[in-house]
Design a protein around this ligand. Structure first.
Ligand code: MG
Length: 250
């Protein structure tokens, strides 16, 4: 069931979005060779609580982190760990979510660790462009397939592929609501977009093929099947007759 939010509820969601965005930015500023993903997680959790919010991911299905930290060929759901130390040339996707007054915010970005090679830099750039193409496509009237089509077009035109098995989602008083928001698809297909829908649009783009593998023993981390690099950018967006409104914004 798709839950339509009132303008007041969307205002309330801005608070959760603001915290999520601030935590993502500030955590991103700490990224450097030699830091562990657990240190990033500790910092993020402290900041979320300092802002009067709760970490949305901690305890979710037993997840131990307050952030997801996914390195190189890890697509999503990387588990923060003292053993995972960032290395020069890595890319790392950070996903942060906050709950404020029972409303959720969810956003992600992929960062360079020190100097990264040209292919990795292009992957980050294209994935962020694909996200914004998806946001711009979230118009009324329109359908959810317009978003996926826009994302897929940007990613594939650059020679990359979009992950199929994991998709964006509605968001509100739960982190995952209907509808599913695939990062691929046909224009004018799928659920009709309506004012008051709030969506987490989140392309996961692989440098190689779109197939995934895992999760394995840890139950969480999803990898590219071919070992290629993967990037992930996400925003929480409210739909309105005046166009999309990004809620994960400071
Ligand atoms: Mg999400």
């Amino acid at each position: 069931m798709i839950l339509i939010k009132t303008p007041e509820q969307i205002e309330a969601m801005r608070a959760a979005g603001r915290v999520s965005a601030k935590v993502l930015r500030k955590t991103g500023e700490l990224i450097r060779p030699g830091i562990s993903t657990l240190e990033l997680d500790r910092f993020a959790e402290n900041l979320i609580r300092l802002e009067g919010a709760l970490p949305a991911f901690k305890g979710y299905g037993g997840f131990t982190g307050s952030i997801c930290s996914s390195i190189n060929n890890e697509i999503v759901h990387g588990i923060p760990s003292a053993e995972v130390i960032l290395q020069e040339g890595d890319i790392i996707s950070i996903d942060t979510g906050a709950i404020m007054d029972d409303w959720y915010g969810d956003n992600a970005a992929t960062f360079a660790v020190g100097h990264i090679d040209e292919e990795a830099a292009r992957l980050l750039e294209v994935t962020e462009q694909a996200l914004w193409a998806g946001v711009e496509a979230a118009q009324i009237p329109g359908r959810v397939g317009d978003i996926g089509h826009a994302v897929q077009h940007v990613a594939e035109a650059a020679g990359f592929s979009v992950v199929r098995e994991y998709v964006g989602h509605g968001i509100g008083r739960a982190m995952h609501e209907d509808p599913a928001v695939p990062n691929y698809g046909r224009k004018k297909s799928g659920v009709k977009l309506k004012a008051g829908m709030v969506l987490a649009i989140e392309p996961m783009v692989n440098a190689g093929g779109y197939r995934t593998q895992g999760p394995f023993e840890d139950g969480w981390i999803v990898y590219t099947a071919d070992g290629s690099l993967s990037a992930h950018f996400e925003l929480t967006v409210a739909l309105s007759t005046e166009g999309p409104i990004v809620l994960t914004k400071e």
